[in-house]
Design a protein around this ligand. Structure first.
Ligand code: 13P
Ligand code: G3H
Ligand code: ZN
Ligand code: ZN
Length: 309
């Protein structure tokens, strides 16, 4: 049991066609819910921290909580920086004890993204830390737009191959139609699987990462709305599409929104049914269980990662 890099985890996931869940963490209850699920499922696990999470919780606390989770569960866990915007935040995380960092240079022109990613790879690898990079823009594109428009935002397979070759990055986040948050598609959900297959064909040994992979399960949106929420028209990536993606090189599936919805729905329900409660443990306990239930569902029914520890 230890904090580990993504290396061995991805190697196994790539050959056995399942994906490792990468769940965003912001506090103790979220971490506990996730690790309890991974422990029960004997699943590999990535806990990821965004810049916003660092600001909210203070990385010192988060690192210590994850270390405590490892001691408590005996799991191997990757502690990963989600969407590092520049070299400095990646370096800080490497120095803080993270075992994996993402440098997200996707908003920069191709050559600049390569240069920035290479700089992070050199530093991180010198300290034994894994690096994820991103190529392509994570914005939903309408079903009926022309291929030329998709090429402007989605990952171009030949560029992905050149990018990996030139940067030496360990894994690559790609854009095939997913986006962050609870409003991913206006009409029918669409992912560009032909593009994914082409990328995987050109770089078969590179673990690919799917961001914006929450499903936004209608049951949880309805539960939020039923108890006073106002989240109309939310829609995510159907679970079948996530399963398909794991067959074409997707080794890491990023999930945050589904945890937020599960937690919020449970807290809303609790407050609606128990207006007399004001002890945080009364609603954060059930919220932690809701996180656990969601993560267990993902590991077992969507990512096929049970017993892959
Ligand atoms: O990609 C993510 C974190 O990097 C999370 O995506 P969701 O918003 O779909 O959960
Ligand atoms: O990439 C987005 C993740 O859901 C993290 O979100 P955040 O930046 O609000 O912490
Ligand atoms: Zn990005
Ligand atoms: Zn993301």
């Amino acid at each position: 049991m230890a904090l580990v890099t993504t290396k061995e985890m991805f190697k196994k996931a790539l050959t056995e066609d399942y994906a490792v869940g990468a769940f965003n963490v912001n506090n103790m209850e979220i971490i506990q819910g996730i690790v309890e699920a991974a422990q029960e499922e004997s699943a590999p696990l990535i806990l990821q921290v965004s810049a916003g999470a660092r600001k909210y919780a203070n990385p010192t606390y988060l690192v210590k909580l994850v270390e405590a989770a490892i001691i408590d569960t005996g799991l191997d866990i990757v502690l990963h920086l989600d969407h590092g915007a520049d070299f400095d935040i990646c370096k800080k995380c490497v120095d803080d004890g993270f075992t994996s960092v993402m440098i997200d240079g996707s908003k920069h022109p191709f050559e600049e993204n390569i240069k920035l990613t290479k700089q992070v790879v050199e530093y991180a690898h010198s300290k034994g830390v894994s690096v994820e990079a991103e190529l392509g823009k994570l914005a939903g594109v309408e079903d009926d737009v022309k291929v030329s428009a998709r090429n402007a935002t989605f990952t171009v397979p030949e560029e992905a191959a050149e990018f990996v070759e030139k940067t030496g990055v360990d894994s690559l986040a790609i854009a095939i139609g997913t986006s962050h948050g609870a409003y991913k598609f206006k009409g029918e959900p669409y992912l560009d699987f032909e593009r994914l297959k082409e990328i995987h064909k050109l770089i078969p040994d590179t673990p690919l990462v799917l961001h914006g992979a929450s499903t936004v399960l209608p049951e949880f949106v309805s539960k939020c709305n039923e108890y006073g929420g106002n989240i109309p028209g939310a829609q995510g990536v159907p679970e079948d599409m996530i399963k398909t993606a794991t067959k074409y090189g997707i080794c890491k599936v990023n999930i945050d929104t589904d945890l937020r919805l599960a937690m919020t729905a449970e807290i809303r329900k609790h407050f609606a049914e128990h207006p007399e409660d004001f002890d945080p443990r009364k609603y954060l306990g059930p919220a932690r269980d809701a996180i656990k239930g969601m993560v267990q569902h993902k590991i077992k029914n969507v990512l096929n990662a049970s017993n892959k520890k």
